[in-house]
Design a binder for this molecule. Structure first.
Ligand SMILES: Nc1ncnc2c1ncn2[C@@H]1O[C@H](COP(=O)(O)OP(=O)(O)OP(=O)(O)O)[C@@H](O)[C@H]1O
Ligand SMILES: [Mg+2]
Length: 224
């Protein structure tokens, strides 16, 4: 589903060049669940954005469902993302003037699916935010925003799910609900890549990719 080869990405900041990715390769098949770990600044978000067709790497390649999204034009790439990828941003990126339900339905702007409102409510229920459906993001707790962002990413049943710290603001019980949902989606055939600082949650993933200064440190396989 996802193949990443020799990705590099640098940024120019006030102090000079920062090498965010320094050669990362891995593959993620349908049904895989990979946790990405690493210290703050190790390149996790940069890797996710590159895998999500949201930020072009300096070198290396990203192949999603057999296609290199960076060869597509901007509009085609956006349509490609809408079709294949569910992305949970670390900063959520909810639309402030839409309600929770409308935010979850926002991917419909790029697709058309008639069963979506029922599916959206089902996701809100799964993540225990159904009674916040009419609230706007600023009326939510941080953890409720996080769950809204996750529901939005899952609306169209993407084959590739990229989640940046989707449990970062959640208590143990809600974190487990989110993790169980992601594992279930992997069992149903999605490829899931989740960034997490939480060793307890990473241990529940099938594989772990540890990043250090933009490089893979080790990839450990858990016995599951
Ligand atoms: N747009 C940017 N401009 C300049 N530097 C950047 C930019 N984006 C990221 N960086 C730098 O690249 C490095 C990797 O950043 P990244 O956001 O990928 O880290 P991270 O592992 O996701 O960290 P965290 O756990 O804090 O979210 C950091 O040193 C960061 O300062
Ligand atoms: Mg990050």
């Amino acid at each position: 589903m996802l193949a990443v080869r020799d990705l590099t990405k640098s940024f120019t900041g006030p102090g000079g060049e920062v090498r965010a990715l320094a050669g990362v390769s891995f593959e993620l098949a349908a049904g895989d669940f990979l946790a990405v770990q690493g210290h703050s600044g190790s390149g996790k978000t940069t890797l996710l954005l590159a895998c999500g067709a949201l930020q072009r790497p300096d070198s290396g390649s990203v192949t999603i469902a057999g296609q290199d999204p960076y060869r597509l034009g901007a509009e085609e790439r956006a349509a490609f993302r809408a079709r294949h990828i569910g992305f949970v941003f670390q900063q959520f990126h909810l639309i402030p003037y839409l309600t929770v339900l409308e935010n979850v339905l926002a991917p419909l702007l790029a697709l058309n699916a008639s069963a979506a409102p029922a599916r959206a409510m089902e996701l809100l229920e799964r993540f225990q935010i159904q009674d916040r459906a009419a609230h706007r993001p600023q009326q939510l707790s941080t953890g409720e925003r996080q769950r809204t962002a996750l529901a939005r990413a899952l609306l169209h049943r993407p084959k590739l799910i990229l989640a940046d710290e989707p449990t970062g603001n959640l208590d143990e019980q809600n974190a487990d609900t989110v993790l169980d949902s992601l594992r279930e989606l992997a069992k149903e055939g999605a490829a899931v890549l989740m960034v997490t600082h939480d060793n307890r949650l990473a241990a529940k993933a099938a594989r772990v990719l540890a990043l250090e200064h933009g490089r893979p440190k080790a990839e450990a396989a858990h016995a599951h």
